[in-house]
Every structure is written in structure tokens, then in C-alpha cells.
Design a protein around this ligand. Sequence first.
Ligand code: DQA
Length: 151
Amino acid sequence: MSKKVIVLNGPNLNLLGLREPAVYGKATLEDVEALCRETGARLGVEVECLQSNHEGVLLDALHAAGRRVKAGEVIGVVMNPGAYTHTSIALHDAIKGAEVPLIEIHISNVHARESFRHHSYVSPAAAGIVVGFGVDGYRLAIEGLVRKQGA
Ligand code: DQA
């Protein structure tokens, strides 16, 4: 059975395609999840996707991912935490507490935008960061995770 990568998308990413297309592009969340599954298939890993607008659901998903990493079933998580990136100490603590290898991805270059987007609570807990490549960043993040952790 092939190992798994979990792709987590946080708040408002269900609006991809409709939401500020000049910033985030025209691809929908469905397109992004298809891209992730195709990337995984090419690399021999199975991709599981979850999007939630609720911080607690994302925390539970990280805890579950950590348990599955320990069980040898999952190699890690690719996560776009959306605006929780800039606000959530709880996400930082969950990534560290669950000991889950995690690549943080942002579609836009957050450092070229408003100053409140320049700080990330997630980055110090992440194994790697992909920023500013549009939705193609999800492909780069999955490739990076597989190279770093092995499949
Ligand atoms: C984002 C950047 C965040 O600042 C923003 O709140 C998002 C999307 C991105 O993918 O560029 O929701 O994470």
C-alpha cells in the first residue's frame, strides 16, 4: 500500500477561483485538489485532501496526521493555513505537539502584501515553506515533502 500525504487547506480556500482572482488565480479548490492527487500519483504517494474554515477541525486533522505519521502510514502534511497562518499559536503548537512533518504553502507572495501577512506562527514549526508560486506551489510542496521525508 502506498504511503500518504495529507493536504490541508484552511479558511476561505473553498472560495478559490471566485476569491480575488488577481491575487489567487482562477483555479478552484477542486482543481487544486486534483493537481495534488495527480502529483502524488506521479510520485507514488496517495494524497488525502481536507479543507476547513474551522480552526479546531484543522487542529484535530493535524493531531490525527501525527498519529498516522507515527504508525508509518502518512509521510507528512502540506498545509495552506490561510489567515490562521498569521493568528494561530494553536496551529503552531499542534504541528510541534503532533510532531508532524509539514510544508507550509501560500499561493500568493505574502511578503509582498500587507504587513500583517508577513508574520507566520506556522513557519517556525514547518519543515519547509513554499510561497508565491500560485497554485503550482502545492505541486512543489508535495515534491519537497516526498524528497525530504521519503515515500
Ligand atoms: C494565503 C495568504 C494568507 O495571508 C491569506 O489569509 C489566505 C491565503 C495564500 O495562499 O496566499 O487566505 O495563505
